[in-house]
Design a binder for this molecule. Sequence first.
Ligand code: ZN
Ligand code: ZN
Length: 349
Amino acid sequence: MRCYQLTGFGQDLAAREQPRPVPTGTEVLVKIGGAGVCHSDVHLWEGHYDLGGDRKLSFADRLKLPLTLGHESAGEIVALGPEVDDVTEGATCIVCSWIGCRECAACETGDEHLCTAPRFLGVNRDGGYADYVLVPHPRYIVEIGDLDPVAAAPLVCSGLTTYSALKKFGALLARQPIAIIGAGGLGLIALGVLKMLGGQGAVVVEIDPRKREAAMAAGALATVDPKAPDAGATLRQALGGSVLGVLDLVGSGETATLAVETLDKGGRLVIVGLFGGAMTLPVPLVPMKALTIQGSYIGSPAELRELVDLVRSHGLPATPIDRRPLAEAAAALTDLRLGRVVGRVVLTP
Ligand SMILES: [Zn+2]
Ligand SMILES: [Zn+2]
């Protein structure tokens, strides 16, 4: 089979030929129909996260190379290990890449995505930029019925990440609109997920006019250019006078600061984006405004099943999908890094 591997940080992905895996024990082999290209693949490729002030969080001692990237995999179940009897050969599925050790405190509560010794597909072990992906256990297979695997692949990371983050706003979603910062792949899918959750919608803050346009097409109530001089006031007005929820899908020092300064008393900021940088926070604002600042990282395997149930009854979110051949994996990463992608790139073998 073909696979596209990271062989060194900062180096172009390498095309490799490998034998097609044969599942043993509880393993399940999935033939890739679509593999989403996520912004965290760009971080993996670069080899670090930017922590601001010249500090970096390096992957060098945490990842073993070569590594086949791709943690948004969908396709067809084509072979089962001898111990597997609860999934159907030939069925269409997405693969939950968020595999934990099943022993740590996080895993014990079902939060395998927060595992201290993760075995994530496409991060800690080979993922879906390939013709096939080997899944260690059927519990990570989520059958999707007749949904298109190419359009469904992004549910695994961008869909789940926004679903889990939006749930953290609780009852606020149904009461009033929230602000979403960033209209990249995550922002556009968030608008669709928010609708499925019965939310009152969102005003999208985005610097790129093309992405603001895409946000309107994906159902944003309004968009705001954060570089405009009256951005804060425009955002407040578009939200109906009060700012109680901000979902930051960019996660830079600037965006988090904008959120903290704009939120009203009792407001909540949920930070998802990993763009990087540091934030200087006037500490008294946190108690005086009774702010909640919360991080959200992917979502649990159980939340992924909840999301798939929701999608199977409401249909897929209307996020633009940019289908490209698997052989263009390296170019897709470059385009994403340079901000040239609208919606989600999904590689198809
Ligand atoms: Zn991702
Ligand atoms: Zn664990």
